[in-house]
Design a protein around this ligand. Sequence first.
Ligand SMILES: CC(C)(COP(=O)(O)OP(=O)(O)OC[C@H]1O[C@@H](n2cnc3c(N)ncnc32)[C@H](O)[C@@H]1OP(=O)(O)O)[C@@H](O)C(=O)NCCC(=O)NCCS
Length: 144
Amino acid sequence: MINIRNATESDLDAVCSMENEWMPSPWSRQGFESELSNSFSHFLVAENENGIAGYAVAWRVAGELQLNRILIHASQRRRGIGRALLENLARRLTPSPHSRILIEVRSKNLEARSFYRAAGFVETGRRRRYYGGDDAMLMELKIK
Ligand SMILES: CC(C)(COP(=O)(O)OP(=O)(O)OC[C@H]1O[C@@H](n2cnc3c(N)ncnc32)[C@H](O)[C@@H]1OP(=O)(O)O)[C@@H](O)C(=O)NCCC(=O)NCCS
């Protein structure tokens, strides 16, 4: 059973340890701490019987959400947890013709691109060499 809730200070050990293990350019603990008090940030964790299974950080800017982080523990992937985090974020937006979730994803991160496509995101552009040796794909999901 998966429970999605707002992150708290006591989740930061688990979040930072996953971040350091799997993200190529990990955010610092201080970075996550500031997200806890940031008024336009949605910092969510997904919890199950094994503890923190994943997390997401998105910034609300006008009617849009910029998704900055989403990560699921490697042992917990392909169980719908990433999708559940996305759906929770989408419900935080008021549906309108302008509501959308935006992301930038490394072009070589084919797993994430498949994940976003499966959730209904479409590719809207590419920023060449945005990540040094890799391009950023811009993707968006409209929330109508
Ligand atoms: C991308 C990520 C968040 C997906 O999380 P997840 O919980 O495993 O995804 P879900 O189980 O909700 O997947 C939903 C659907 O997305 C697609 N999908 C997810 N992972 C996929 C993969 N590795 N390959 C192909 N399709 C995939 C599938 O259609 C899947 O449905 P299915 O399992 O019924 O086939 C996870 O792989 C992850 O944490 N990756 C490392 C961090 C990362 O790259 N984050 C994104 C940075 S932009």
